[in-house]
Structures are given as C-alpha cells and as structure tokens.
Design a protein around this ligand. Structure first.
Ligand SMILES: Nc1ncnc2c1ncn2[C@@H]1O[C@H](COP(=O)(O)OP(=O)(O)OP(=O)(O)O)[C@@H](O)[C@H]1O
Length: 225
C-alpha cells in the first residue's frame, strides 16, 4: 500500500521527523503510538498527502505525489483515502445524510447509485433511522460513526484515523474499534494514531514514535532512552 524511505521533516531548524522508514502492506491495520508532540500527526499528514514539504521518499501504491498539483492531490485524497479525526469534524448545519454525501459530491468517480451507497454505509455504521438528524442531536459515538461513514462512502483503499476514540468513553471506543476491525477484515487498510494501548490492540501491528524517530517495538524505544 505504501512505503516511506528516509523521510525527514523540519520546521526551520526544528526537526520533527527523522530517518522515518515504514512499509504498510495492503490489508494491514497499523497503530502508531507515541507521546504528545512526538510527531504522530506530522507523519500521518504526510501519509495522507496533506503535507508535501519533507525530504526522503513517500510512495503511495508505488506513486510519488510530491510534485503533484494541489487540485490533483485533493482529488486523490477524496477518491483513495478516508480520514477520521478525534473531534469528528462534521458540518454542524448538515444532517447525517448530507455529511456523508459530501465526498461523493466532490468525487469524479461515477455515482449513479449515490443513495444506495449512502444507505449502505449508514447501515454499516449502525445509524439507520438517523439520516435526518443533525450532529448536535447525536452522541459522540454516533457522531464518530457518521465520520466513519463519510470516510468510507467513496470506498477508499486506506483509512487514516487520528485518535478516533480520543473523545469517547471506553465502551463507545470499543464499538468504534469494532467498526474499524470489520472494515479492515473486509479489505480496507487502516492506519490509526492512538494514545490508548487497549485501542492499539485492535491493530495487527504497532509502531512507536519518540522524538521524531520511529521504532518497531517498545523495547527498542526503551533501549534508545
Ligand atoms: N506548523 C508547525 N510549526 C512548527 N512546529 C510544529 C508545527 N506543527 C507541529 N509542530 C511541532 O512538531 C512536533 C510534532 O507535532 P505533532 O502534532 O506531529 O505531534 P503529535 O505526536 O501528533 O502530538 P499529539 O499527540 O499531541 O497530537 C511538536 O513539537 C510540534 O510543536
């Protein structure tokens, strides 16, 4: 799915990421853990084609997008990637159906069965009957379900989730992780940032970021200290 080779990212003299090497296979479920400020969001912004200003190489499905125009990048993000955030990022004046519809409006993929696609993802996340509700009328867990439905409606190959359970209680977190697990079992690659080791257990593999460096297991982080 993707390959990162010797990636380095700096803000002026401040190096945020260094010597980052990471390969994620199709169908993997990867968790990225690390303390606050260690560079996790910076890394997934690169993986999600939201940040092109780094050195080294990042290939998504064998393609390098570093010199691609912003318009083209938005199209690729919309068609190939699904994003889920800690604070849901739903449009408050839109109802559930309309929030989920947004990626389809911007997509160039043929959409003659839009209503069907939306009904299908609403069913997948367990929100049938809530189509007309606004986000403010939903619980945090239900809002995250809407965000997941929005992320998957274009059938992305890769879902990038930044602390998807960070704002949720442990029971609701479990329900949300069950949805990610199902999506992953159905073939979607998932990369998730989390602070919570219980949440990371849903992933097949966990990598750790500490001070801008990536480690494959906790032991090597400790040895580095
Ligand atoms: N635009 C920026 N300019 C300068 N420094 C930045 C910028 N964005 C992030 N940083 C710095 O880069 C480092 C890594 O930030 P990042 O957001 O990737 O961390 P994180 O691991 O995702 O943290 P958290 O878990 O708190 O979200 C931090 O020290 C942060 O202050």
């Amino acid at each position: 799915m993707l390959k990162v080779t010797d990636v380095k990212k700096a803000y002026g003299k401040f190096t945020v990421l260094e010597d980052i090497n990471l390969e994620v296979a199709d169908g993997e479920f990867l968790a990225i853990m690390g303390p606050s400020g260690s560079g996790k969001s910076t890394l997934i912004n690169i993986l999600g084609l939201l940040d092109q200003s780094y050195t080294g190489e990042y290939l998504l499905e064998d393609k390098n997008y570093q010199n691609v125009s912003d318009n083209e990048l938005s199209r690729i993000r919309g068609d190939q990637l699904g994003f889920v955030f800690q604070n849901f990022k739903l449009l408050t004046t839109y109802n559930v159906y309309e929030n989920i519809e947004i990626p389809l409006i911007y997509s160039k993929k043929a959409q003659n069965n839009k209503q069907e696609l939306i009904a299908d993802v609403i069913d997948k996340v367990g929100l049938t009957g809530k189509e007309k509700n606004r986000p403010s009328e939903l619980s945090g867990g239900q809002q995250q379900r809407v965000a997941i439905a929005r992320a998957i409606v274009n059938r992305p190959k890769l879902i990038i989730a930044d602390e998807p359970t960070g704002a949720l209680d442990s029971k609701t977190s479990k329900e949300i992780m069950d949805i990610f697990t199902k999506l992953n079992k159905a073939g979607t690659t998932v990369i998730m940032v989390t602070h919570d080791s219980e949440v990371a257990e849903y992933a097949m593999r966990t990598v750790y970021i500490r001070d801008g460096h990536l480690y494959n297991d906790e032991k090597s982080v400790k040895n580095h200290d």
